[in-house]
Design a protein around this ligand. Structure first.
Ligand SMILES: Nc1ncnc2c1ncn2[C@@H]1O[C@H](COP(=O)(O)OP(=O)(O)O[C@H]2O[C@H](CO)[C@@H](O)[C@H](O)[C@H]2O)[C@@H](O)[C@H]1O
Length: 796
């Protein structure tokens, strides 16, 4: 047997070009292929090929060895005439030249095709339709009547007079976010050295190291991502007991003492499954020239990271409010920028798209061993990982249900499991690993994650490059309890202080949000206005001091909206019952049709001229439902219709029922949780009321504006950031605002709004047009999130 050449694509193409007979029992990956090749001394070639036979593309990454029935003779030099060999070499050279020429042509064609694609509009039509399918499968899941019981914290009003405009855009000093040039350089170097450790031939074009891949026949085809995880990170450091003991008086959690299985995954099995890939995917894994030109660089450029968003709810799978919407949409926007993105959420029900990954882990919660399983779906470029445990099951309609300790234990289990997902859960066959990784935790429910990341791992030199960002969607809910609750979170004693908080309302108590805010590398909230408010005594709900102390890592980023899901042009809930899709172009036809359909569906008189006022939201003190109730008699004295959709506090639910009972010809109070009805009200109403006492961002006003529905809002938090007061003189603005949470002020603003609706049609249309032409997508916000993730990454 004589070694002829190292693996080479041209050589294989040469073999193909000359139409040699290829004999192999399976012609599959990692098989021994034998090719008849009389010009060679051996008469044939055999080679072991860890190859990719997709379409007609071949790539061989191992040594090619010449062999044959007479290989022993050839190996010894035999009687091979010198000139025959020379002729073969010459021939080979010619073929190689032809081959190069061909590849050149292919590359040029590819360039041409991609430039045609770029200049062709409606390329995302396919995406829109797939989203529609995705959305429509959801209706059954989310439409059931839901009730929400959060952690039971009391509510307090925020004094509007205390909002200082000048402070609204106050953000952390740039210098405090940026590392020194030197450390940035070092970290970049270290990141570079950890992000591309494999030999080129060992790394697929999607950046996944072959060596750490597990069989995943259950997974959908994985779209290539340019994120590379380091071997160091994909094989996380295993803490030695003695090392951990030196830092930590309490015993380490049991799962820390076991080696994560990331690196022990079976390449062989993976090789089998790779054959099932489509030619399109496979082509991205060849080393063909021209491929690089075809794939544009990620928008995130060198900032591409692995991002894991962890939340208690995620639309469309689970949702009680705005948090679910954000968890469903922000990750997709980050993925569009080129990041590898995962969402981790509890599995409250069986989701058709999600498949069992077969991974099982056990965690201790309050002394009890609990097993979790992991389900996975890959949708719109995002890995959705659902953590399954009996404690989460059947809670779709009652996500925050149960008593305080039930919720606490669920969140302890969820956060313990979530923080280890990058080690154990292969997505598309490959675990994320803990290098170049940032978690985004959301609200108090997942505020334990930054604490666990620190206490279990980073304090012990593990996951030391992993960062955590904690997003405040609503600071009124904090995970409060008696100090004794600390025993449930399973942390070293010296962590107790970070949970302890004293305030005049709760006295000395245990506060999960407080600990999360301290432990996270960065803290975000969902608007600029709210980022200012939470630093005040009125708006911080007892956490303002902690936020002020951590101002350097704190920032506000206004939410975006999912412009597929909440778009009158594509909205799947407008496909039936006489509703219709519409856009700015046919607004004057489409919106009145939706209004008539809504009136009909609700049993209200179908009248195009009467202003239809809507409200959608959780029924609690925050949303100012009581202010609407106070204004109802005035409203009903006007020629208007009012429809309110909400669930929550029983007394406020009763307000809705009473209102409908009293004004049957004008008002409807829909008590329950119906995503379909929320979409239909947003499309059919002329005006949306949001008199929230405080509103971290608010999504309904954004949805409303995208549907040509005019918001009337209390200028607070994100509402003030996003709804600019209408100015009839300059014909600017997006809606009506009022400056304090009082029924009188609401009535005044709504009165002006109704006047404009009736008397100034052109102004009204201008308001609608301006609202509908705004860029409300998540793309802008995602870019800002990326800045924060990168700042966290380079900060030690
Ligand atoms: N009865 C019902 N039936 C159907 N759908 C209903 C419904 N009640 C509410 N919804 C839906 O839930 C979402 C509510 O979002 P919001 O942002 O207005 O409020 P929420 O207070 O829950 O969110 C918190 O987090 C978000 C996200 O950051 C912040 O915008 C917000 O200010 C903060 O209070 C919307 O999609 C709305 O349509």
């Amino acid at each position: 047997m004589a070694s002829v050449a190292e693996s080479s694509f041209p050589l294989l193409c040469q073999i193909k070009t000359q139409r040699r007979v290829v004999t192999s029992s399976t012609l599959r990956n990692s098989s021994l292929v034998r090719v008849s090749y009389p010009e060679l001394p051996s008469g044939s070639l055999s080679f072991r090929c860890r190859s990719f036979v997709y379409g007609h593309r071949w790539k061989c990454v191992r040594r090619v060895e010449a062999t044959g029935s007479d290989s022993s003779e050839s190996a010894s030099g035999g009687d091979e005439p010198e000139d025959a060999l020379q002729a073969t070499i010459e021939k080979s050279k010619k073929v190689l030249a032809m081959q190069r020429n061909l590849l050149q042509q292919i590359a040029e064609r590819r360039k041409l095709v991609s430039s045609i694609k770029e200049s062709t509009p409606n390329l995302d039509d396919g995406k829109a339709s797939s989203k529609e399918e995705y959305g429509s499968s959801v209706i059954a899941n989310t439409d059931a009547t839901k009730k929400e019981t959060m952690d039971g914290d009391g509510n307090r009003s925020v004094s509007p007079s205390s909002y200082g405009k000048s402070s609204l855009n106050k953000e952390p000093e740039a210098k405090s976010l940026s590392p020194s040039t030197e450390s940035l350089k070092n970290s970049k170097q270290s990141s570079a050295s950890v992000t591309s450790p494999e030999k080129p031939s060992d790394v697929a074009a999607n950046g996944k190291p072959w060596s750490s891949v597990v069989a995943s026949s259950l997974d959908p085809p994985y779209k290539p991502s340019s994120v590379v995880t380091s071997p160091e990170k994909t094989s996380p450091e295993k803490p030695s007991k003695s090392r951990a003991g030196a830092f930590w008086s309490d015993p380490l959690p049991s799962y820390l003492t076991k080696a994560p299985e990331t690196s022990s995954m079976k390449t062989e099995e993976y090789v089998e499954t790779r054959e099932e890939k489509t030619p399109e995917v496979a082509s991205s894994e060849t080393n063909e020239p021209g491929k690089d030109e075809e794939k544009p660089p990620p928008l995130a450029g060198a900032n591409v990271m692995n991002v894991i968003l962890v939340a208690a709810e995620c639309a469309p799978f689970s949702k009680t409010g705005g948090l679910g919407d954000v968890a469903g949409a922000l990750p997709k926007a980050l993925a569009r920028r080129g990041h590898r993105v995962m969402v981790v959420v509890p599995r409250y029900a069986e989701y058709a798209e999600a498949k069992d990954l077969g991974v099982r882990k056990r965690y201790k919660v309050a002394g009890q061993d609990m097993e979790v399983m992991y389900f996975h779906a890959y949708i719109d470029g995002v890995d959705f990982v659902f953590i399954d445990s009996p404690v989460f099951r059947h809670l779709s309609n009652n996500i925050y249900g149960g008593n305080r300790l039930d919720i606490l234990k669920r969140m302890v289990l969820f956060c313990k499991a979530a923080v280890e997902v990058p080690w154990y859960v292969p997505c598309g066959g490959v675990c994320y690993g803990d290098g170049n990784l940032a978690f985004i935790a959301n609200d108090w429910h997942t505020a334990l994650l930054p604490v666990y990341l620190k206490a279990y791992y980073r304090d012990h030199g593990i996951m030391k490059y992993t960062r955590s960002v904690l997003v405040i969607h609503n600071i009124a809910h904090q995970g409060r309890g008696p100090v004794d609750d600390f025993s449930y979170v399973d942390l070293p004693n010296h962590y107790l202080d970070s949970f302890k908080l004293y305030d005049p309302v709760g006295g000395e108590h245990f506060n999960i949000f407080a600990a999360g805010l301290k432990a996270a590398d960065r803290v975000l909230t969902v608007s600029h206005g709210y980022s200012w408010e939470v630093k005040t005594l009125e708006g911080g709900w007892g956490l303002h001091n902690i936020i002020n102390e951590n101002d350097w890592k704190f920032r506000g980023i206004v939410n975006g909206i999912d412009t597929q899901e909440w778009n009158p042009k594509f909205d799947t809930y407008l496909h039936s019952d006489d509703y219709t899709n519409y856009s700015l172009e046919n607004l004057h036809i489409g919106k009145p049709q939706c209004k008539a359909a809504l009136q009909k569906e609700l049993g209200l008189p179908v009248r195009p001229d009467v202003p239809l006022i809507g409200f959608i939201g959780r029924l609690d003190h925050q949303k100012g439902v009581d202010l609407i109730a106070e204004a109802v008699p005035w409203m009903m004295s006007q020629d208007v219709q009012l429809v309110m959709l909400g669930s929550g506090r029983p007394d406020l639910e009763e307000v809705l029922r009473q209102m409908e009972h009293q004004y049957r010809d004008k008002a409807r109070g829909w008590v329950g949780f119906s995503v379909k009805t929320a979409h239909r009200i947003t499309a059919g109403a002329d005006i949306l009321l949001m008199p929230s006492r405080f509103e971290p961002c608010g999504l309904n006003q954004l949805y409303a504006m995208n549907y040509g529905t005019i918001p009337v809002v209390h200028a607070v938090g994100g509402l003030r950031d996003t709804v600019q007061q209408f100015d009839p003189y300059s014909e600017t603005g997006l809606g009506w605002t009022f400056d304090s949470a009082e029924a009188g002020k609401l009535i005044h603003a709504l009165g002006n709004c109704l006047l404009t609706y009736r008397e100034y049609k052109e102004s009204w249309e201008g308001l609608q047009r301006r609202g509908m032409t705004q860029d409300l997508s998540w793309d802008n916000a995602a870019e800002k999130y990326e800045e924060v993730l990168v700042a966290a990454k380079y900060h030690w």
